[in-house]
Design a binder for this molecule. Structure first.
Ligand SMILES: Cc1cc2nc3c(=O)[nH]c(=O)nc-3n(C[C@H](O)[C@H](O)[C@H](O)COP(=O)(O)OP(=O)(O)OC[C@H]3O[C@@H](n4cnc5c(N)ncnc54)[C@H](O)[C@@H]3O)c2cc1C
Length: 289
């Protein structure tokens, strides 16, 4: 357990972090839900070392193959929960079919592009708007709560809330869903216009003018991105970017971040550099434990 590092994301930042951490002697597991931003790039012409442009998907494939050669372990699946591990001084990273623990975690899950921009969401953060069911479900015992989202991540958060809530709503905000939400989770597909309340969330207003009285709202749109995972741990942000120091360390000891999720130049070169620094810093951190 002592020498383990978990990297979330297999883009250039995550793979670079894994390479440097592995070469520093750590046992490294990369957890990935698959292709990230890089795979969307048709041609990469501005990265060192390639006379002929290559596709982002090919660069990503080569990166992953190199890490595997060095002995980096890969766990496929979407991370839906990042939390403290109660039985030892470290962190737990889990998804639908896995649960991993390590004293250090590197967040390299790319930029979070999915958020809900409607009036009231930002204003009521911490006053009824939450990003972490497992952290906050307890505060909503016998209350009316809603999860905003339409995918597996939304179902995961709703399942955590189900034993506590008096009423549980799923708000897809206009999106279709192929997830089989249980019947007791009440599905609403209308678009959301606003979140309203006095000092705390009191209701959702839909674009069709209808109202849904609520005590709490949990955001779980799309997949759990870097920022959603960071918010579960109380990691500080600068806007939609994870705040890091010169060693890519967040404010939570042992948790580092690298690549697009930390903002700045959203390019492969910067992601690779960030990853290298985070991998080295995480290795140093676990050696000091
Ligand atoms: C269309 C397009 C063209 C581009 N062209 C260029 C270019 O020409 N040159 C250039 O330098 N840059 C280019 N970029 C930018 C470049 O792709 C990014 O800056 C770079 O990929 C960022 O690396 P990253 O590792 O931070 O994130 P990403 O590459 O986005 O990788 C994120 C990783 O995290 C994983 N992940 C996310 N959430 C979870 C979760 N909950 N659980 C498990 N895994 C998760 C993803 O599956 C992925 O493996 C382009 C980007 C796009 C979209």
């Amino acid at each position: 357990m002592e020498k383990k590092i978990i990297v979330i994301g297999s883009g250039p930042a995550g793979i670079s972090a894994a390479l440097y951490a592995r070469r520093s002697g750590a046992e490294v597991t990369v957890v990935t839900k698959g292709a990230g931003a890089l795979a969307k790039a048709e041609r990469i012409e501005n990265y060192y070392g390639f006379a002929e442009p290559l596709s982002g998907a090919e660069l990503e494939r080569q990166g992953i193959a190199g890490a595997k050669k060095l002995g980096v372990i890969f766990q496929e699946g979407e991370v839906m929960q990042l939390g403290f591990n109660d039985t030892f001084d470290g962190y737990q990273v889990s998804g639908p079919s896995f649960e991993l623990s390590a004293p250090s975690v590197i967040l390299a899950a790319g930029a979070s592009r999915q958020s809900l921009r409607v009036p009231g969401i930002a204003e009521f953060e911490g006053k009824g708007v939450s990003y972490c069911a497992i952290c906050d479900a307890f505060f909503y015992r016998q209350k009316r709560v809603a999860v905003i989202g339409s995918g597996e991540y939304a179902l995961h958060e709703a399942e955590v809330l189900a034993p506590h809530a008096a009423e549980l709503h799923i708000l897809t905000n206009g999106a279709e869903t192929d997830v089989a939400f249980p019947q007791e989770m009440l599905l609403h597909k209308q678009k959301i216009a606003a979140v309203e309340g006095e000092n705390h969330v009191e209701r959702i207003v839909f674009e069709d003018g209808s109202l849904l009285p609520l005590d709490g709202i949990f955001l779980a749109i799309g997949t759990a991105g870097s920022v959603a995972l960071a918010k579960k741990m109380g990691i500080l942000l600068d806007g939609q970017n994870i705040r890091v120091d010169d060693n890519m360390a967040t404010n939570v000891p042992g948790i580092f971040a690298a690549g697009d999720c930390t903002g700045g130049l959203l390019q492969v070169a910067k992601a690779v550099y960030d990853g290298a620094r985070a991998g080295l810093a995480a290795s140093k951190f676990i050696r000091g434990k």
